[in-house]
Design a protein around this ligand. Structure first.
Ligand code: BES
Ligand code: MN
Ligand code: ZN
Length: 495
């Protein structure tokens, strides 16, 4: 899909569909009014006829309008005059969805120019580009969609002047990169667990590094992890035939020697629960337990595509969690790379067991900041549902930056506490800690567990159990929190 910014006259522009805004107060903008006049009052008649209200995200598709060169005219309500960024995102999503028809290969829109109450043209163009590309995602068994099945070929963002066009170009360039990352993350998440194994993630990572000069990849084997003393991570892989890997992707886009931001993604390619076996209902969805890893891979690809001037290292502990005669048992005590011992009271609390060793490992990069991303707890879904990711941090400025990034990207997080009272719930009689925190606050006690391994650097944890995929309507990976992370990194790179 090609996306461009132009300051062409919308009246003469050829397109299969032209998308224009109508406000709730029916006072058309100069551009919409010009289109109304050229079409002999088509828009105002439909407003008068109450076929469209102008209410935010309401739509009306008009066919074969006279007087303009577009074959269809899609009216979209924008509500009040100065549109909030939240409403604009809703509008961008609906127009991307409504223009998915068979006969629509080219779309043009004047929405880039809509006045926003809390964002600018660059941002609007980014969101439009992102939504069009994200809407084109279709799972095709892991293979790219053939060109013949990609209906929408061209999107034109129309701007009223050159200044707007230049801002829109910057925004749409970044939006395209973010969307590539989002769709890649969805694809990896949607893959079946018998395809997307730890070895598959390693292979994918190596191929990604080969594709980009700015990226290199290192994969550690179980033997190397054993030499490093990663007894906690290795206890999770004990029951499976699939070899575990610790993947590190190094993107050097920034200044030489500038401290990197490290992203750590939970890569459990299937979580059966292990000996603490999960119930059967919805167990298939545990193929999504590598969505943290997938989001790291999506971000790495987007960074390279955008050539963002920043140093970022993506680290992925990749394992499968299965029961067997060799599997770790409840009550087993393991020693983590940090030297702290852990009583594995529940083999289904495996995410923290792989993350803790990865978090100890990444200290070697002398990171500026470490952010881990994990489908860590069902309890996070109880707390926040599927609207917000759970955010934890040992640094309030970092937490605020991530909250702001999520707000701006329409990919929100909500901060949760790391209080000592919750930390106390991890006490064990037989080791430095247990791997579960007992009744109540399950997402918090999981985060407290991780915090015991992140004392040496600025750290945040995103629990994406509720946001990484949707169980229905339709079922599939969402690509979150790639938009949040990419917004945070864009800000960091331009600061
Ligand atoms: N991967 C799961 C968390 C999860 C469950 C994410 C359902 C999304 C949907 C994680 O490994 C897990 O099993 N967590 C347990 C922890 C418990 C044993 C303390 C959970 O949340 O039930
Ligand atoms: Mn589990
Ligand atoms: Zn899990």
């Amino acid at each position: 899909m090609e996306i461009v910014a132009r300051s062409t006259n919308p009246l003469t522009l050829k397109a299969d569909c032209l998308v224009v805004a109508v406000p709730a107060d029916k006072k058309l903008s100069a551009t919409s009014a010009a289109i109304d006049k050229a079409t002999g009052g088509l828009i105002s008649r439909r407003l008068d006829g109450k076929d469209i209200s102008g209410k935010c995200a309401s739509t009306l598709m008009l066919h074969e309008p006279n007087g303009i060169n577009a074959k269809r005219l899609l009216l979209v309500g924008i509500g009040t005059e100065a549109v909030s960024s939240k409403d604009f995102l809703k509008i961008a999503r609906i127009i991307a969805k409504q223009t998915k028809g068979d006969g629509i290969a080219s779309v043009a829109t004047t929405l880039t120019d809509v006045e926003l109450s809390d964002q600018d043209t660059r941002w609007a163009a980014q969101q439009l580009a992102q939504q069009f590309i994200e809407a084109s995602y279709a799972f095709n068994g892991g293979k790219p969609l053939p060109a013949s099945k990609q209906k929408l070929k061209k999107v034109t963002l129309l701007c009223s002047d050159k200044k707007g066009q230049s801002a829109a170009q910057t925004g749409l360039n970044y939006g395209q990169s973010v969307a590539i990352g989002v769709n890649q993350t969805r694809l990896l998440g949607d893959l079946a667990a018998n395809t997307c194994t730890p070895s598959y993630l390693a292979k994918h990572s190596r191929a990604l590094a080969r594709k980009h000069k700015s990226m290199s990849c290192q994969v550690l084997s179980e033997k190397q992890m054993a030499e490093l003393g990663m007894g906690s991570l290795l206890s999770v892989t004990a029951g499976t035939e699939e070899p575990a890997h610790l993947i590190a992707l190094d993107y050097k886009g920034g200044k030489k020697g500038a401290k990197p931001i490290v992203l750590v993604g939970k890569g459990v390619t299937f979580d059966s629960g292990g000996i603490s076996l999960k119930p059967g209902a919805k167990m298939d969805e545990m193929k999504y337990d590598m969505c943290g890893a997938a989001s790291v891979l999506g971000v790495m690809e987007a960074l390279a595509d955008a050539a963002l001037p920043i140093n970022v290292i993506g680290v992925i502990p990749a394992v499968e969690n299965m029961p067997s005669g060799k599997a770790t048992k409840p009550g087993d005590v393991v020693t983590s790379m940090s030297g702290q011992t852990i009583e594995v009271l529940n083999t289904d609390a495996e995410g923290r067991l792989i993350l803790c060793d990865a978090l100890t490992y990444v200290a070697r990069y002398k990171p500026d900041t470490v952010i881990d991303i994990a489908t860590l707890t069902g309890a996070c879904i109880v707390a926040l549902g599927s609207h917000a990711s759970g955010l934890y941090s040992n640094d309030d400025d970092l937490a605020q930056d991530l909250l702001d990034a999520g707000q701006s990207a329409g990919d929100r997080a909500w901060q949760m506490p790391l209080w000592d009272e919750y930390n106390q719930q991890l006490k064990s009689n037989f080791a430095d800690m247990g791997n579960i925190g007992g009744a109540g606050g399950g997402s918090i006690t999981a985060a407290c567990f991780l915090s015991r391994f992140t004392k040496d650097y600025r750290w945040a944890h995103l629990d994406i159990a509720g946001t990484a995929w949707l169980s229905a309507g339709p079922k599939g990976a969402t690509g979150r929190p790639v938009p949040l992370l990419m917004e945070y990194l864009r800000k960091r790179a331009t600061a």
